[in-house]
Write a new protein. Structure first.
Length: 234
């Protein structure tokens, strides 16, 4: 699918991530967890293409939302952080990707995220909540500091309203920030505490190395390899 998207909102979500909302001219159909190619055509410069995961829910078809980290994401991410303006038009191609959730795949899912790897899971959680699906959803989410826990306030608000969602947060370097939650990387202890059932469908997304390491820990806890889906972001 090819379409045009107009940038309608830019907001700082964490010290390193901005969230961009776009109006989509003729609606957009995708599965939660998928990504798009965003074509950027700066004046007097070569076009840029950025592949970004959608964080919005498919139930909001007139809008799409991207959460983009400003560093480590290449020239397209840098342009969005430093030069994109409200009203800018972008060419979009997609959706793409097989790392997604749709109704009927499972009645219980576990979403394990590291850093910006929360993005596909935010789309899944928003979709499940928006459509009131009877799916038990467990999120295990690790970031460097409390301020880098992207969408934390929204996730906690959804958890308060929706008893089918349970969130576990952990940070590796709380520093001087107020924090009374888990400290450290996602390990066997946290996984063993949070996993609702070894029969859940488990998704893992994070920086290189993290998903495969977590997959091995899950298998050690008795989760079948066929029930583990993982994706690495670069």
């Amino acid at each position: 699918m090819e379409l045009t998207a107009r940038l309608t909102s830019i907001r700082h979500s964490t010290p390193t991530v901005k969230t961009f909302t776009f109006f989509v001219s003729r609606g957009f159909t995708f599965l939660p967890g998928q990504w798009i190619d965003l074509w950027i055509e700066p004046p007097d410069e070569e076009p840029l293409i950025g592949g970004f995961t959608l964080v919005s829910s498919p139930s909001q078809s007139e809008y799409m939302e991207l959460a983009i980290k400003g560093t480590g994401g290449g020239r397209a991410a840098s342009f969005m952080h430093n030069k994109a303006k409200l009203g800018d038009l972008f060419h979009v191609e997609g959706p793409s990707g097989t790392f997604y959730f749709k109704e009927g795949m499972a009645n219980s899912i576990v979403l394990i995220a590291g850093g910006i790897g929360i993005n596909p899971f935010m789309s899944m959680i928003r979709y499940i909540n928006d459509t009131n699906l009877d799916i038990k959803t467990t999120l295990i989410y690790s970031a460097k500091t409390p301020m880098e826990l992207l969408f934390r306030q929204e996730l906690e608000a959804i958890q308060r309203r929706n008893g089918r969602l349970r969130c576990y947060f952990t940070v590796s370097s709380p520093n001087a920030e107020p924090w009374t939650g888990n400290v450290g990387r996602i390990d066997e202890t946290l996984l063993g505490t949070a996993l609702p059932s070894k029969k859940s469908l488990v998704y893992v997304c994070g920086p290189p190395g993290m998903p495969t390491q977590i997959a091995e820990k899950l298998k050690g806890l008795g989760v079948g390899e066929q029930d583990i889906l993982y994706e690495e972001w670069w």
